[in-house]
Design a protein around this ligand. Structure first.
Ligand SMILES: Cc1cc2nc3c(=O)[nH]c(=O)nc-3n(C[C@H](O)[C@H](O)[C@H](O)COP(=O)(O)O)c2cc1C
Length: 249
């Protein structure tokens, strides 16, 4: 640590791993730029293939974050309108320039049964804490839209991973993302990794210089957690026994 750096909290790694949870409701208080840099510097200790650190991060706060959020909201609303439109309505939207998600990766996918069970359980848990019923589509859409307001966080990070290393660019970016989450947590901040923000890339690409070969893999809300009940939601984890493969007999 250099003189003048913000001292990191003394939380040990196991405690940080056990107590970090995604934050989905933030206070508006801005995060000082120096603190964001400290968190990123901590996270840059993450291991990566050949230490190439194949990621870049766009840091959006203040007016830039607001403008990016407005663009996402526009895309999200238009996407919803397209889904609901008749065939003729869809054609009209298409002819007037609507093109759907322009993300670098697809974020809309069908989960295999084995994974879908946990995905659904987690969704059910989140909506349960929020008091949103299964049939309340409007409230579900509103909650989905909160992603595009970064859940009220004053800062959003956008992580780009190199596509030149096959799976290892996104893999290394994942280690970086988890390290950001833990470093932020240890320093008293909250995060929520948000693949939803990778559904569209243009809101970020239009504002930041992204080197060629880098693809938007994930966004991340960063800020101070509010005391809303949703921030206490802790989805159940698999056990070590569950993830260990059996030996072939
Ligand atoms: C790659 C990735 C993408 C995610 N995307 C979203 C998202 O778009 N919106 C959201 O609310 N949570 C998102 N999450 C958070 C997960 O839902 C959360 O990590 C998971 O349910 C485990 O809960 P925990 O982080 O509180 O331990 C994402 C997490 C990861 C790692």
């Amino acid at each position: 640590m250099k003189d003048g750096d913000t001292p990191a909290n003394s939380m040990d790694v196991c405690t940080a791993l056990a107590t970090r949870r995604s934050v989905r409701d933030f206070r508006p208080d801005r995060v000082p730029e120096a603190l964001i840099d400290d968190i990123l510097s901590d996270a840059l200790n993450a291991p990566s293939w050949g230490n190439v650190q194949p990621y870049r991060v766009a840091v959006a706060s203040g007016d830039v974050a607001k403008a990016i959020s407005a663009d996402y909201m526009h895309h999200f609303t238009e996407g919803g309108r397209f889904q609901k439109a008749s065939a003729m309505g869809k054609l009209k939207m298409w002819l007037s320039g609507f093109r759907g998600p322009d993300g670098d990766h697809t974020t809309i996918m069908t989960y295999p049964d084995e994974l879908n069970e946990r995905y659904r359980e987690t969704g059910k848990g989140i909506y349960g804490v929020l008091g949103i019923g299964r049939e309340d589509k409007a409230a579900r859409v509103r909650q989905m839209a909160r992603n595009f307001e970064f859940f009220g966080a004053p800062t959003a990070l956008f992580i780009f991973a190199s596509e030149e290393l096959g799976a290892y660019g996104p893999l290394d970016a994942g280690a970086f993302i988890q390290s950001i989450a833990l470093a932020a947590h240890a320093r008293g901040l909250g995060t929520c990794a948000q693949a939803a923000l990778a559904t569209w890339a243009s809101p970020v690409r239009s504002r930041f210089e992204v080197p060629s070969g880098y693809k938007l893999i994930c966004g991340m809300a960063l800020g101070y957690a509010s005391d809303a009940p949703i921030n206490s939601f802790a989805p159940v984890r698999r056990t070590a026994e569950n993830v260990k493969l059996s030996l072939k007999s």
